[in-house]
Design a protein around this ligand. Structure first.
Ligand SMILES: Nc1ncnc2c1ncn2[C@@H]1O[C@H](COP(=O)(O)OP(=O)(O)OP(=O)(O)O)[C@@H](O)[C@H]1O
Length: 227
């Protein structure tokens, strides 16, 4: 099995706004290996979220290709792409995006149920994952009954529950105070190491970027590694 979990080649994205064409990504190359932690930094509007959306198969590039777990996304039918995404990717956003009507346990279980795991096994695995992120005592809480840091822990547990090859994170600690942000960052690093899951983080936070194995800067549509 190859160690490359997520890769893009010559990835470009243009938006048309009225008569204008905005080239946000310009032949971007990126290769993420199993268990690797990578940060992408860049100023506001540089295209970080756009890149993450392309890599996550949530939007289609103007040209170039994305390969996830060895499969080229553009060659897959929508349903196959959805299945692959559910199995091989986790997503964590600045605002947790948990379902408000459901408990922490049910939120974490959701990707497994979508992937047709039996409910009893799903609940068992979700409970174990919530214990792992330090929330064993909070599994019955709904998002509104959790602190901001706890909600992000639930979001991380949900992102990891399917044992994906890679987790994509968009400003995962941008909404938290410094101490809580640091504890969540520590948790992310520990989990990526023990589970050998690659983490790709886009952030403005240079301290968070510095904790990753590699950092890239996105500027004028191009990605450059900081050395
Ligand atoms: N659907 C769209 N149509 C047209 N332009 C868009 C669209 N989505 C994003 N853009 C433009 O593309 C550029 C990159 O946006 P993107 O959200 O990827 O930036 P970002 O680096 O994530 O910014 P931030 O750090 O502020 O979140 C911006 O100039 C934005 O205005």
């Amino acid at each position: 099995m190859t160690d490359v979990v997520l890769e893009c080649r010559d990835l470009s994205k243009e938006y048309s706004v009225g008569p204008q064409t905005l080239r946000v990504l310009d032949e971007v190359q990126l290769r993420l290996l199993r268990g690797e932690r990578v940060a992408i930094v860049g100023s506001s509007g540089s295209g970080k979220t756009t890149l993450l959306n392309m890599l996550g198969g949530l939007d289609t590039p103007t040209s170039g290709e994305v390969r996830l777990a060895g499969q080229q996304l553009s060659t897959l039918k929508e349903a196959e792409r959805g299945r692959l995404r559910n199995q091989e990717l986790g997503f964590v956003y600045q605002f947790h995006h948990l379902l408000p009507e459901f408990t922490a346990l049910e939120n974490v279980c959701m990707p497994l149920l979508i992937g047709r795991t039996p409910i009893s096994e799903g609940r068992e695995r979700a409970t174990a994952m919530l214990e792992r992120v330090g929330l064993g005592e909070r599994i019955g809480h709904k998002p509104a009954e959790l602190s901001g840091g706890e909600r992000q822990r639930v979001a991380i547990a949900r992102a990891l529950i399917s044992q994906p090859a890679c987790v994509l994170l968009d400003e995962p600690t941008g909404n938290l105070d410094q101490q809580t942000a640091e504890s969540i960052q520590q948790l992310m690093l520990e989990l990526s190491q023990t589970l050998q899951t690659a983490f790709l983080v886009v952030t403005h936070d240079l301290a968070l970027a510095a904790r990753m194995d590699r950092t890239f800067t996105l500027k004028h549509g191009q990605l450059r590694e900081q050395v």
